[in-house]
Ligand binder design. Structure first.
Ligand code: NAD
Ligand code: IPM
Ligand code: MN
Length: 366
């Protein structure tokens, strides 16, 4: 199988973590007939510097013609003062719109061996395994009108959702819950916002098609509190674009580092895989970024887009094994932990992955 992957390293630590994720994916070709044909394209600040725009046409074309897209991160402080539509982040938002994926899956899992790296007590985070299903193409991020008043003294954004937009992402959340612990918590602000009242009503309708899945509702402010005080109460958290952006970064604290979280965006013409974190300008260029969120995104790609569920499970096991052996980047440093560089951690995962694949494929050969 030839798998066409468009790779968008982007800015800051984006290229550093992307390199590791792509190397790990390519290791598969030693063991199976799955070959990743990777084409790198610019996006974000890097694209502004090379092409004068955060998302060149050639990048969009390549993405739309591929089997999946892998993105590192976008954003650079030098572009902070630009208008919104000319910032590096505008490139990512335009890409998401063009690819059409409306459901952004963001798992946050506490691994026992690094539970003490969380700022939360081990007893609270142990066993936590939350899947955020974040609506990605609607809400405040995209609705019109938006802008500044002519005197620049006021500014406005619009929160808008249609029932169709809510329904399609809710269906994905219930389907995901069916494959897990069969519980959906829908998060909104229905005590204040009409968009949330529509959200809640629509989710209740969709739930009728999934009688085996338990549904509860929570206001977003309370959810922010429950996530850190009792994260194990959650299975799937379904929420709108901005709430999902904020809550998933908060949930990174459960895992110990924002660098641990991967994501998959599904439902559109081409699926998009990216770590949850940004370009991390404070640590970029030092070789210390945690590549595991990017590698976890690669595992999601193997499962969702390449149909290689065993290989995806092997890659997830490889990540766990490397952590179990004590290796980590500085964000997860601690007692009895061995701090290595981004590249060294990537290599260790690759080695473990190859060992697991070797075992799997030699077993099937006998
Ligand atoms: P950030 O996620 O880049 O960083 C937040 C904190 O987490 C920083 O202290 C950083 O050092 C740390 N961190 C992030 N990734 C890490 C990793 N892999 N390993 C270890 N530590 C890591 O968020 P920010 O600083 O608020 O934003 C920086 C830029 O990134 C902004 O331009 C923002 O718009 C952009 N951004 C892009 C994406 C994306 O491309 N998907 C996501 C979030 C933010
Ligand atoms: C994320 C980021 C993006 C978002 C930005 C960079 C547009 O924070 O992927 O979480 O807000 O969706
Ligand atoms: Mn974010």
């Amino acid at each position: 199988m030839r798998f066409k992957l468009t790779v968008l390293p982007g800015d800051g630590v984006g290229p550093e973590v992307t390199r590791e994720a792509v190397t790990v994916l390519r290791a598969l070709s030693h063991f199976s007939d799955c070959e990743f044909i990777c084409e790198e394209k610019p996006i974000g600040g890097a694209a502004i510097r090379s092409h004068g725009t955060p998302i060149p046409e050639t990048t969009l074309d390549a993405c739309l013609k591929s089997d999946a897209v892998f993105l590192g991160a976008v954003g650079a402080p030098e572009f902070d003062d630009r208008p919104t539509d000319q910032k590096p982040e505008a490139g990512l938002l335009a890409l998401r719109t063009a690819l059409g994926g409306f459901a952004n899956l963001r798992p946050a899992v506490s691994f026992p061996v690094i539970a003490d790296c969380s700022p939360l007590r081990r007893s609270r985070v142990e066993g936590a395994d939350v899947l955020f299903v974040r609506e990605l193409l609607g809400g405040l991020y995209f609705a019109q009108p938006r802008g500044f008043s002519s005197d620049g003294h006021s500014a406005f954004n619009t929160m808008r959702y249609s029932a169709e937009e809510v329904e399609r992402v809710a269906r994905i959340a219930f389907e995901q819950a069916r494959m897990r612990r069969k519980k959906v918590t829908s998060v909104d602000k229905a005590n204040v916002l009409e968009t949330s009242q529509l959200w809640r009503r629509t989710v209740i309708e969709v739930a009728k098609d999934f009688p085996d899945v338990q549904l509860d509702h929570m206001y977003v402010d309370a959810c922010a509190m429950h996530l850190v005080s009792n994260p194990t109460r959650f299975d799937v958290v379904l929420t709108e674009n901005l709430f999902g952006d904020i809550l998933s970064d908060e949930a990174a604290a459960i895992t110990g580092s924002l660098g641990m979280l991967g994501s998959a965006t599904i439902g559109g013409a081409v699926d998009l895989y990216e770590p949850v974190h940004g370009s991390a300008p404070d640590i970029a260029g030092k070789g210390i970024a945690n590549p595991l969120g990017a590698i976890a995104s690669a595992a999601m790609l193997l499962r969702q887009s390449a149909g290689l569920r065993h290989e995806a499970a092997d890659l997830e096991s490889a990540i766990r094994r490397v952590l179990d052996d004590g290796y980590c980047t500085p964000d997860l440093a601690g007692e009895k932990r061995k701090v290595v560089s981004t590249h060294e951690l990537g290599e260790l995962v690759e080695q473990r992955f190859m060992e697991l694949l070797d075992r799997r494929f030699s077993y099937h050969a006998v």
